[in-house]
Design a binder for this molecule. Structure first.
Ligand code: SAM
Ligand code: SF4
Length: 330
């Protein structure tokens, strides 16, 4: 699949649930949200049919996301089946890590090409403040799962969203995990979606300056790492890399290779656009694979050149209070 700007689309971010066991203050409203009913979200069967049709059109890599994908019953079973869809070469997941431990061996056996784990803090108090989760033992238990995943041979990347006045004093320590514990630590510029629309984003160049003060000059890594929009750097003595996802200040749309499918079956060619294709309705109306494939081709042709989070692509800057990252999947 190639869009009208010549970008080849081979990567799907597949959100299998809007539910989550955390309430990260930049993602999910503290008082919760009205969950989609069981019937409103795609069944396993519908997810697999969607993956099959998309794989026929050229999707080769899938990232399972949410909400928190592991709160969906039988998620690992679904993942195994998605991996078996002809054409799918790489399958990875993104998670907050809380429910990972008992599933790790099964996930390693799928096999996964990687796990991205959100870790915004190493402090129990700050973890409670960011995620609203107040059971003891976190994030220590997540760190243990990270080490366990690596011992099983699964590549691990950490995702951290730097938040002004909350976790900035920890960025150096979080980056240190790339020294020998994980394959990469990535810092993501906060995007103005949902709850985050009223928060201030910390800029990548400020994040890099903090890290360079401690680790010295970060060297840009030339070779491509992963399937995503991160720019990677190496630090002296580190076996892993440090990534920056400069969504707001530099953008990542020029090389965008992705589509998104929400739990309710909306196919989104762009994170910030309102344009969607309602795959659930098409599937439930009995539309043929050929017809659905044609509709996918039409929406891809309309994929915009760039996002509208910060105005860097020349489109009107917009705060996306009407969207939810826990539905879109990040
Ligand atoms: N629950 C899983 C997790 O937290 O990793 C997966 C879903 S979460 C929506 C996917 C990613 O989106 C996480 O790394 C999260 O930190 C990030 N995210 C959520 N809201 C964001 C925002 N407004 N700006 C930037 N990243 C965001
Ligand atoms: Fe849940 Fe992930 Fe959103 Fe946090 S960022 S509330 S863990 S979906």
């Amino acid at each position: 699949m190639v869009d009208s700007y010549g970008r080849a689309l081979d990567y799907l971010r597949l959100s299998i649930t809007d539910r989550c066991n955390l309430r990260c203050l930049y993602c999910m409203p503290k008082d919760g949200v009205e969950w989609k009913s069981h019937d409103a979200i795609l069944s396993f069967e519908e997810i697999l049919t969607s993956c099959r049709i998309l794989a026929n059109r050229g999707i080769r890599k899938i990232k399972i996301t949410g909400g928190e994908f592991l709160v969906r019953k039988d998620a690992v079973n679904l993942i195994r089946k998605i991996k078996a869809v002809p054409g799918i070469e790489e399958l990875s997941v993104t998670t907050n890590g809380l429910l990972l431990e008992p599933c790790l061996e099964e996930l390693a056996a799928v096999p996964l090409s990687g796990i991205n784990i959100s870790l915004n803090t190493l402090s129990a108090q700050t973890f409670r403040r960011i995620s609203g989760y107040d059971k003891p033992g976190y994030p220590a238990a997540v760190l243990q799962s990270i080490e366990h995943a690596r011992s099983l041979g699964i590549p691990v990347k950490i995702n951290c969203v730097p938040l002004k006045n909350i976790n900035i004093n920890e960025l150096v320590d979080i980056a240190a995990l790339a020294e020998k514990t994980v394959d990469a630590v990535r810092f993501i510029e906060l995007m103005p979606i949902g709850c985050a629309a009223k928060m201030e984003s910390m800029q990548a160049e400020d994040i890099r300056a903090i890290l360079e003060q401690h680790y010295g000059k970060l060297q840009r890594v030339k070779k491509n790492i992963g399937n995503g929009p991160a720019v990677y750097y190496s630090a002296a003595g580190f076996s892993g890399t440090i990534g920056m996802i400069n969504a707001m200040t530099e953008g990542f749309c020029e090389t965008c290779n992705r589509l998104r499918l929400t739990p309710e079956g909306l196919l989104k060619p762009c994170l910030s656009s309102d344009m969607t294709l309602d795959l659930r309705s098409l599937l439930r109306s009995g539309a043929s694979d050929e017809y659905i494939s044609k509709c996918i081709e039409e929406i891809i042709a309309r994929k915009p050149a760039g996002h509208s989070f910060s105005g860097i692509y020349g489109n009107v800057k917009k705060n996306h209070t009407d969207k939810d990252m826990f539905r879109i999947g990040g």
